[in-house]
Design a binder for this molecule. Sequence first.
Ligand code: SAH
Length: 368
Amino acid sequence: MTSLPLVFDAPKRGLPPRHLVDLTPAERQEAVEQLGEKPFRAKQLSNHYFGRLTVDPADMTDIPAASRDKLVSDLMPPLFTTVRKVTCDEGTTSKTLLRAHDGTLIESVLMRYPDRATLCISSQAGCGMACPFCATGQGGLQRNLSTAEIVDQVRMGAKAMRDGELPGGPGRLSNIVFMGMGEPLANYKRVIEAVRRITEPAPDGLGISQRTVTVSTVGLVPAIRKLTEEKMQVRLAVSLHTPDDELRNTLVPVNTRWDVAEVLEAARGYADQTGRRVSIEYALIRDINDQPWRADLLGKKLRKHLGQFVHVNLIPLNPTPGSKWDASPKPVEREFVRRVREQGVECTVRDTRGQEIAAACGQLAAEG
Ligand code: SAH
């Protein structure tokens, strides 16, 4: 067996100091008491963070000024500074480059649609999965993000929507996708805690429905099984990219550890537990994985392993700088969709928001 890069054992160095969001409600109370403050201040702080989406002590007028500064500096250390914001699609797509306390750069992308607003968030700085077509994969893994760093991206996105920062007036952040930088299931514990904080009702969480949170993975089978046991209702997306092991070993190198059949079986287990369809992500790459026979094989394998519990999301390849690969021509893409559907499997083409601002797949932080 080939030896794998540190799949489950990413470096801990560089994580930010402990933050309110990293703690359970009981731990928050304890932390507040250790500072010599009344226990109910924990709830007040949580209310400001999760309910009012603020980390600015000036907003916290229900807490006496002296206590406020002490509590905020101890329990809400600054997590990010905003380096840059870029928008496109008439302002309805907004990409934010954030710098963490140790200089690490990450990105998140907010996309507003007529009926929803979706935030694409990062779970790691960099990524250890080394998929050759992905910008993030080229730089390797820098570090895991903390629970608070993951959730804070969502807080900022929710605040931007509430405050009407995108055209269309004030709105609500409705959907979260773990499709920014990183492999979420390789930072399992922190990501699961983050999902809890994102989905619990205020004042313990941001109150976004689990059903509208998508965790996207290269297919770390033991972690998919573990996620199944959490009995949550989050949507699972699996980045398959090809139905055959030979090509997948190169497109998604972790396939040499858990192959297509194992990944699809684990996905089936998740679908059975949740009753929800699994999304299969497929970046369509010209002359690499877009052949008609691959579409047929994809449809057949998905039908066999997942029956009706599957939906294919084709993503036209977003070429990364210096890559020789390109998206498939539209007629090839249409034929691919037709053939997958012919096997009785739902298949749609993902819209390609944010391309001209390199908002897709780790390009922003890669460009610096
Ligand atoms: N590590 C996770 C989530 C991050 S990427 C995963 O692999 O699922 C989210 C999706 O974007 C994945 O399906 C990934 O394969 C895809 N992707 C990465 N780079 C891309 C590119 N250049 N063009 C199109 N899709 C890409």
